[in-house]
Design a protein around this ligand. Structure first.
Ligand code: FES
Length: 272
C-alpha cells in the first residue's frame, strides 16, 4: 500500500492489492522498440560526445567553432586564435573547453521532462513501457535524493538560454571569412543554421519555458502577449520529443562537421 508520507509503494506490482496476473505483461506489440531505441541513441551520443570532449582538438576551423566547445573558455582557445569566442570571452583555464561548458547543456537535457521519461524507461525500466511491469520492488518517484534534484530543471533552462545565445552568435559569425569580412557562406554555414533553429525550437518548447511564460496566469485576457507566446510554445511543446532528438542529432552533426574540416579530412564547400 502507498506510504502517504514518502510516496513509497512497497512490493511493486506483485502485491495482493494488484490483479493476480501471471504473465509479465499482456502486450502483444513490439513495446520494447522505443526503450531499446532510446538506449541505443543516447549511448551513441554519450560515447561520441565523451570522445570529443576529451579529445581537446580539432574544434575550430575558421569561421566554425564546435558547439561542444563554445564559448571557448580555455587558454588554448586564445593561443590557437580559436576564433570569435576567444575575442568575446577571453581565456581562463587550461583544460578542455568542452568539459567546462558541456555541464550546462548536459544538465538541461538530463533533467528534461522528455529525456527523463525516455531514460527512466530505457535504462531504469521503471517501467519499460505502459502496462509492462517494472522489475523494482518499491517506488519512490522523484521524491528523494538524487532524483529530487530533477527539480532544478528550470534553472538549467535559464543556462540553456545563454548557451543558445552563444551558439546563435557563433552561427552569425559563420557569415564571416578568414579575414573577418562579411559575406562568407559555406556548407558549414547551412549546417550551423539548421542546428541553431533546432536548438532554439527544442529550448523554447521546454515544459519549464511554457510554465514560466504563462503557467500561473489566471486571466489570459489580461496578458495578451504572454498568452500568444504561450499558445506558440504549447504548439511546439507538443513536438518536444521530436525536437529533443533532432537537436541532439544536429548538435553532434555540427561538431562532426567542424572536426572533419579542422582535421583536414574534408574541405568546406564554399558558396560565397
Ligand atoms: Fe525538455 Fe525542458 S522539458 S527541455
Amino acid at each position: 500500500p502507498p506510504d502517504t508520507e514518502s510516496h513509497t509503494v512497497r512490493g511493486g506490482v506483485r502485491t495482493g492489492t494488484r490483479a493476480a496476473i501471471g504473465a509479465r505483461h499482456l502486450r502483444s506489440d513490439r513495446w520494447w522498440l522505443a526503450p531499446a531505441g532510446t538506449v541505443a541513441g543516447l549511448l551513441a551520443f554519450v560515447v561520441y560526445s565523451t570522445w570529443r570532449a576529451f579529445a581537446d582538438a580539432d574544434y575550430y576551423a575558421t569561421p566554425y567553432v564546435s558547439p561542444f566547445y563554445s564559448p571557448c573558455l580555455a587558454t588554448r582557445c586564445q593561443t590557437m586564435q580559436a576564433g570569435p569566442n576567444a575575442d568575446l570571452f577571453g581565456s581562463w583555464w587550461a583544460i578542455s573547453p568542452a568539459i567546462i561548458i558541456l555541464i550546462f547543456p548536459l544538465g538541461f537535457r538530463l533533467t528534461c521532462y522528455y529525456y527523463r521519461k525516455a531514460y527512466y524507461r530505457g535504462f531504469w525500466m521503471a517501467p519499460p513501457a505502459c502496462a509492462v511491469a517494472e522489475p523494482h520492488g518499491k517506488y519512490t518517484g522523484e521524491t528523494r535524493f538524487p532524483l529530487i534534484l530533477q527539480n532544478i530543471h528550470r534553472y538549467f533552462f535559464y543556462a540553456a538560454l545563454l548557451v543558445a545565445g552563444v551558439l546563435t552568435y557563433d552561427t552569425v559569425l559563420t557569415f564571416r571569412d578568414e579575414h573577418h569580412r562579411w559575406g562568407h557562406m559555406g556548407l558549414g554555414t547551412v549546417v550551423f543554421l539548421v542546428n541553431i533553429v533546432l536548438i532554439w525550437a527544442y529550448t523554447l518548447s521546454c515544459h519549464s519555458c511554457r510554465h514560466i511564460v504563462a503557467g500561473r496566469l489566471k486571466h489570459f485576457s489580461k496578458h495578451p502577449v504572454r498568452y500568444r507566446a504561450w499558445q506558440l510554445i504549447s504548439r511546439m511543446n507538443a513536438r518536444h520529443m521530436q525536437l529533443a532528438w533532432a537537436s541532439l542529432f544536429s548538435v553532434a552533426l555540427v561538431d562532426l562537421y567542424v572536426y572533419l574540416v579542422a582535421s583536414g579530412a574534408f574541405d568546406d564547400p564554399r558558396f560565397f
